[in-house]
Design a protein around this ligand. Structure first.
Ligand code: SF4
Ligand code: ZN
Length: 310
């Protein structure tokens, strides 16, 4: 019986060892060793081809402690020796979400300690004097919008305070595909055709996504075969997120029509190429209150502070 079950496990297309994943786009099975090598090689290629990290960079890595940012920090710490003089600093944002964030912070602390990476933790409480649970009382459906705006600000400000030259986040191919579809569903054309943080913008600290070509499934398997998969609770506000519905929809489409997510991301890149130079946003200037770059009179954070009395 056991032998029959074992014989049904597909073999790695390269070495014949039992496979841990099938990559439908590439029509191949990979064992743990070849999967780890493949993921790291592809991330390295993305960094090189898109010029994401340069010699001498101080890279602030947004580390939630979840699987994507965990994989990102592990991979970057392994690739660092190939980028002269580059340095990593991990930054964890504590939004103040009861029953969720303390576990992920613990996971982030253990990881940075094991990798020997400098680690900073900044809380919403430090930033605006209240935690997310308190801010959201009575307005829970707005959770991810409020959280996203404050988190972006916390990451940006802490990265600047650390003298970072670039911010790296763990967004993967699934996240990118979800964002394309969400922006289309919201009718948000500027976001749909703008590559946020691309290049080295003058007013913003550049944001890069080295895992953007790797799927969530590959990242999970990458961590799992190395015994580094973090088993953590889910954010209690996830159920209010449009992203959660879009994720379910895309996962179903991907399993029935492999390559759907990659094609969605590719279509965004094509739209960006076709619309290069087309003005879709107000010109950037400085926020009247805080001086951060923004397109209106007030930046998103200052508008939020006014409306929530923060
Ligand atoms: Fe914040 Fe929403 Fe993510 Fe929870 S699910 S951490 S509220 S963005
Ligand atoms: Zn402002």
């Amino acid at each position: 019986m056991v032998e029959a079950a074992a014989s049904r496990i597909p073999s790695c297309s390269y070495c014949g060892e039992p496979a841990v994943i099938y990559q439908p786009e590439r029509r191949r099975h990979l064992c743990g060793t070849h999967l780890v090598r493949d993921v790291e090689n592809r991330v390295e290629a993305t960094i090189r081809e898109e010029d994401l990290i340069r010699p001498g960079d101080r890279v602030a890595v947004g580390l939630s402690g979840g699987k994507d940012s965990t994989a990102l920090l592990i991979i970057l710490s392994r690739l660092l020796s190939k980028i002269p003089e580059a340095k990593l600093i991990a930054i964890t944002i504590d939004e103040g979400i009861a029953g969720y964030r303390s576990d992920t912070i613990k996971s982030a602390e253990e990881l940075t300690r094991s990798l020997g990476v400098e680690h900073r933790i900044i809380s919403f409480y430090d930033m605006v004097g209240r935690d997310l649970d308190t801010i959201l009382r009575g307005r829970e459906p707005q959770a991810c919008t409020v959280c996203g705006i404050l988190r972006k600000k916390a990451l940006m400000d802490t990265s600047r305070a650390c003298d970072a030259t670039v911010i790296a986040t763990g967004h993967n191919l699934d996240d990118e595909a979800q964002s394309v579809l969400m922006n289309a569903l919201r009718g948000d054309l500027p976001r749909l055709i703008r590559n946020a943080g691309a290049g080295r913008p003058a007013l913003f600290l550049a944001r890069v996504k080295p895992l953007a070509a790797v799927t969530e499934k590959e990242i999970a398997a990458y961590l799992f075969v190395q015994g580094r998969f973090p088993v953590l609770p889910e954010c209690p506000y996830t159920r209010y997120a449009l992203r959660a519905e879009v994720r379910g929809l895309l996962a179903g489409l991907e399993s029935r029509h492999p390559g759907t997510m990659a094609r969605l991301v590719e279509s965004k890149k094509k739209i960006e190429r076709y619309t290069t130079g087309v003005p879709v946003m107000e010109p950037l200037h400085r926020c009247r209150e805080c001086g951060d770059p923004c397109s209106g009179e007030l930046c998103q954070v200052c508008r939020l502070r006014c409306s929530l009395d923060l």
